[in-house]
Write a protein of this length. Structure first.
Length: 346
């Protein structure tokens, strides 16, 4: 009973910690991290309950069979999940290249799938045919780095999803910032149109809000993005008095900073609108710039989302690489020492 009580306390504490983080610091990886730990402690608590009342559960044939089936399904899912993930990223990686062209950023999903396949299958096959201790030690170093990065990626994905969830419909927003994403000459692309439509939807639900359309003029664009966005909104019947244009920005950081300069009230309730996979990194950039806001995401095609999510993760790592390199360096110390010793006395 003490173990059950203890696991129950840890479970309750993990829930409270998750709720506290979502209240105070939702725009950080702590949201995803505490959510994962809440899931872990929930599983442990349920396991302790099942163990404590195992004799009664065994007597309930239908319940025992159901729990056994769930256990087998979960175990099987964990075993095949890496290969399903590889297959998914491989197929979607091919799709994004076929549909979006041969830009290097479109190869991320495919490269991710091939890299995982080499790590899970290729390297172990090589090690099984060699007695080289240096290779084994090197694989241990690589394994820890892979596990760490995959863990951070998982937490990143959970954090991104959590920041897209809004329990109640907001009707008190003062400003809605729609981030630009590139246009063709003066024509809004489907991806940008999706962002604008989401901004218009929020504008209709918030009668006092002002829509800020953000984006400067880039290469191959005949007008600033915000001008094309403004014209698009006019065609959708949006009141010109409820719109502002930010025409100088060249990237997301400038989108946020220059748009925030158009807001006089520093206590204003602000929402930023971008594509779903981009929301979390945009919120992180806003947090670093001390811009208080929440995020809303517009829809995009699934095959494009996986590749774009990896690109966003790379972008996030570029912002936080120092702390992750520091943590990984500390974790790798034992492996690096073993690798050094093995190399020296090979």
């Amino acid at each position: 009973m003490n173990l059950l009580l203890g696991s129950g306390m840890f479970w309750s504490g993990s829930i409270l910690l998750f709720m506290l983080v979502m209240w105070k610091r939702p725009r950080t990886l702590w949201s995803g991290f505490t959510f994962v730990w809440m899931l872990v402690f929930s599983a442990l608590f349920l396991g302790m309950i099942a163990f404590r009342y195992s004799s009664w559960i065994v007597g309930q044939r239908w319940l025992f069979m159901l729990l056994a089936l769930c256990f087998v399904v979960v175990l099987f899912g964990l075993l095949i999940f890496p290969f399903l993930m590889i297959l998914t990223f491989f197929v979607q990686g091919i799709k994004v290249i076929v549909k979006e062209g041969l830009r290097w950023t479109n190869f991320l999903s495919l490269a991710f799938a091939i890299g995982l396949l080499m790590y899970i299958v290729g390297f172990p096959l090589y090690l099984s045919h060699t007695n080289d201790k240096v290779s084994v030690a090197f694989y241990a170093v690589v394994s820890l780095a892979v596990v760490y990065l995959l863990s951070v990626l998982t937490i990143f994905c959970f954090s991104a999803v959590l920041n897209l969830i809004h329990i109640r419909k907001r009707k008190d927003l003062d400003y809605i910032i729609v981030l630009g994403s590139g246009i063709i000459q003066d024509r809004v692309t489907p991806l940008l149109a999706s962002r604008i439509e989401e901004g218009i939807r929020l504008l209709k639900e918030n009668p006092k809000a002002i829509l800020i359309l953000s984006g400067g003029q880039g290469c191959g664009e005949s007008v600033p993005e915000s001008v094309a966005m403004y014209d698009y909104c006019l065609k959708q019947g949006v009141d010109p008095k409820r719109m502002k244009k930010e025409t100088e920005s060249k990237n997301t950081e400038q989108n946020l900073a220059f748009s925030y300069d158009l807001i006089n009230d520093r206590n204003a309730k602000i929402a930023i609108v971008t594509t779903r996979y981009h929301v979390f990194r945009a919120l992180e950039l806003a947090r670093r710039a001390n811009i208080p806001c929440i995020g809303y995401g517009s829809k995009t095609k699934w095959y494009f989302t996986l590749n774009a999510l990896l690109r966003e993760f790379v972008g996030y790592l570029s912002l936080t690489w120092k702390i992750h390199l520091y943590v990984l360096g500390i974790l790798e110390i034992p492996n690096l020492l073993i690798l050094l010793i093995t190399w020296t006395f090979r």
